[in-house]
Design a protein around this ligand. Structure first.
Ligand code: IPE
Ligand code: IPE
Ligand code: MG
Length: 257
């Protein structure tokens, strides 16, 4: 596997055995799953939470050390109010009901995205989950909630600009690495593998900056049907990829002298 150039090295590291150290998932297809069963979308979302639990539990067995899951996008506010409040309720329940188990399993939980528009009860649950698991290091679970990559990038640019205005930084201090430190993924290496379910093949405003050298696997299954075996298949597909980071294939480079 090729070595990432210096700027990317710290942010894109595969586990030693070629497993993706950081896997990000766009969990899509809850609505279609429910529709195909004649059920309300809310039940699709509930089944989606069960799939999330199965997937997080299986991840460490495949050498994955960090997982980012897209749970609610800044664009998802466009959905009917009832669906939005169901998604908020499920997020609250998931964190509350699973926190003790996650904590015991050595999982560090982080919620990435904007805090704007979230109600005080969700904000306090997020804060509680983050502080209670802050000392854990065995597995990192990042939940992208009220997350949009463009607002995250704009927010980062505004925060840097404010430092310049205050005389604390010069414009030329901004580098790829320092810019990264203003994003909500600041402390996280970049995803090695981005999975999207449901058959859609787009990013939908997810991790635009962080995805620079990610591998993509699109799986034509609806998220509530996801779990261990499908994650394993995605990891196996990842292992077949050769990551060149703009360099030449090792054998071709030797042949070219
Ligand atoms: C993914 O499932 C969950 C969220 C976006 C919150 P969807 O609700 O998007 O399901 P589809 O795409 O309508 O099937
Ligand atoms: C992306 O799925 C957001 C999440 C999975 C949380 P969407 O279903 O919202 O994306 P689009 O609308 O199909 O692009
Ligand atoms: Mg969708």
């Amino acid at each position: 596997m090729a070595l990432a150039p210096p700027g990317l090295r710290s942010r894109a590291q595969s586990a030693p055995d070629g497993a993706p150290a950081h896997v990000a998932i766009i969990m899509d297809g809850n609505g279609r799953w429910a529709k195909s069963r004649g059920l309300p979308r809310s039940l699709g979302h509930r089944a989606g939470v069960a799939a999330l639990k199965r997937t997080v539990e299986a991840a460490p067995d495949f050498g994955i050390g960090r997982m980012t899951v897209f749970g609610f996008s800044t664009e998802n506010w466009r959905r009917p109010a009832g669906e939005v409040s169901e998604l908020m309720r499920l997020m609250k329940n998931y964190v509350q009901s699973d926190l003790a188990r996650l904590e015991k399993a050595g999982v560090r939980v982080r919620i990435i995205g904007s805090r704007e528009g979230l109600t005080p009860d969700i904000l306090s649950i997020i804060e509680h989950a983050e502080t209670h698991t802050a000392g854990n290091d065995r597995f990192h679970l990042q939940v992208a909630f009220n997350y949009g990559a463009r607002p995250d990038i704009v927010n980062a640019a505004q925060r840097f600009a404010a430092r310049v205005k205050a005389g604390l930084a010069e414009p030329e201090d901004l580098t790829e690495d320092s810019f990264q430190s203003y994003l909500s993924t600041a402390d996280s290496p970049a995803p090695d593998l981005i999975i999207r379910t449901s058959g859609e093949q787009r990013l939908s405003n997810f991790m635009l900056w962080e995805a620079a050298y990610a591998e993509f696997v699109f799986q034509d299954v609806l998220w509530p049907d996801y779990g261990r075996e499908l994650l394993k298949a995605a990891v196996e597909e990842f292992r077949t990829r050769e990551r060149r980071y703009g360099g030449a294939d090792v054998n071709d480079a030797l042949a070219a002298g």
